[in-house]
Design a protein around this ligand. Structure first.
Ligand code: AHR
Length: 323
């Protein structure tokens, strides 16, 4: 009998220790500031940039032990609004939102505020009458990205030429701001004209489709493509090749993002320039959440800085690229 108890003892001690460990963990989880639960409403997976941003959020949450509730809106604002309402119902500690378009957020942001849940905007901004509806925006300066793309192109074309523009998602901050910045610089160069401009929705497939239509309408009248992201430029490259022209030579291409495939296209001589827009927003986003939950007030815009890369530097830089 005594022998049997003795042989059971190590197993029982193991079970007790496991129980104590579980209780201890639960106790830590329920202590404020220990295990954060954060809802992240993502736009979708329209581009390589977007996928890199999602990955950055997921891996940073895992690294910090944050319980991340992820929702993919498949490009629809209504899905993002539903996700935010679900996060509020689940009483998350904070919400991270990458808003697909700029307008229409005020009611749901008010609901989050009423529930005492801070909202951190990442990548894209919103237009609201009351800026206190969100804690901070962590994003690049899209207007400046447009200016950088235009300056690079103006120099390459010596201030003369016809440009076609592939715009991003209608109503989105990057589409509006990248257009604005580009046109601002173009105003200084009367010889440069945008002869066609249409949305390619930030996707490679749409970029190709719209470029095919531009080529049909304008043919050899096009000297350059300005694409609001790399994916659309990569689609345009396919359309240009299918039309029997040489992308990067017969038609110059400048785009925005700086994804790996853009560097590969530059090395292949098919894309001329990309303006970086850093998607690795996980670390600054969770830094912001932790500070806000700890009671700190953050600046309304935490600016992400970007650089311009063209064919001349692409081979030296490609290996150091992280997305
Ligand atoms: O908001 C950032 C933009 O959205 C990126 O430039 C684009 O690739 C993405 O889909």
């Amino acid at each position: 009998m005594l022998g049997a108890t003795r042989s059971l003892l190590p197993g029982m001690i193991g079970v007790w220790l496991a129980c104590i460990a579980t209780f201890a963990q639960d106790a830590i989880k329920t202590q404020p500031g220990k295990t954060l639960t954060v809802g992240f409403s993502q736009i979708g997976a329209e581009s390589a940039w977007r996928t890199a941003e999602t990955e950055s959020m997921r891996s940073e949450a895992a690294k910090r032990g944050v319980n991340l509730k992820f929702s993919d809106a498949q490009q629809k604002q209504e899905n993002q609004i539903k996700a935010i309402r679900a996060f509020i119902a689940q009483k998350v500690d904070a919400i991270i939102l990458a808003p697909v378009v700029e307008t229409g957020w005020e009611p749901v942001l008010r609901e989050a505020r009423k529930a005492g849940i801070p909202v951190v905007l990442v990548d894209r901004g919103v237009k609201v009458s009351d800026e206190s509806l969100y804690a901070t925006l962590i994003a690049s300066d899209f207007v400046e990205e447009g200016r950088l793309a235009a300056r690079w192109l103006a120099e390459k074309l010596s201030g003369q030429g016809n440009i076609v523009e592939l715009q991003g998602t209608p109503g989105s901050a990057p589409a509006l701001d990248r257009k604005k910045g580009f046109e601002e610089v173009l105003a200084e160069h009367p010889g440069l004209k945008i002869i066609k401009s249409q949305s390619g929705d930030f996707t490679r497939a749409k970029g190709k489709e719209v470029m095919e239509a531009f080529l049909k309408a304008e043919g050899k009248n096009i000297q350059a493509v300005y694409a609001h992201n790399d994916d659309m430029a990569l689609g345009a490259i396919q359309a240009i090749e299918a039309a029997g022209l040489a992308p990067g030579k017969d038609i110059l291409l400048v785009s925005i993002d700086g994804v790996r495939a853009a560097f590969e296209a530059m090395i292949a001589g098919k894309l001329n320039c990309t303006v970086e827009c850093n998607p690795l927003l996980g670390p600054p986003a969770f830094d912001a959440v932790e500070k806000i939950v700890a009671g700190q007030t953050l600046p309304k815009w935490i600016k992400v800085t970007d650089q311009v890369f063209d064919q001349s530097v692409a081979p030296d830089v490609i290996e150091s690229r992280k997305y």
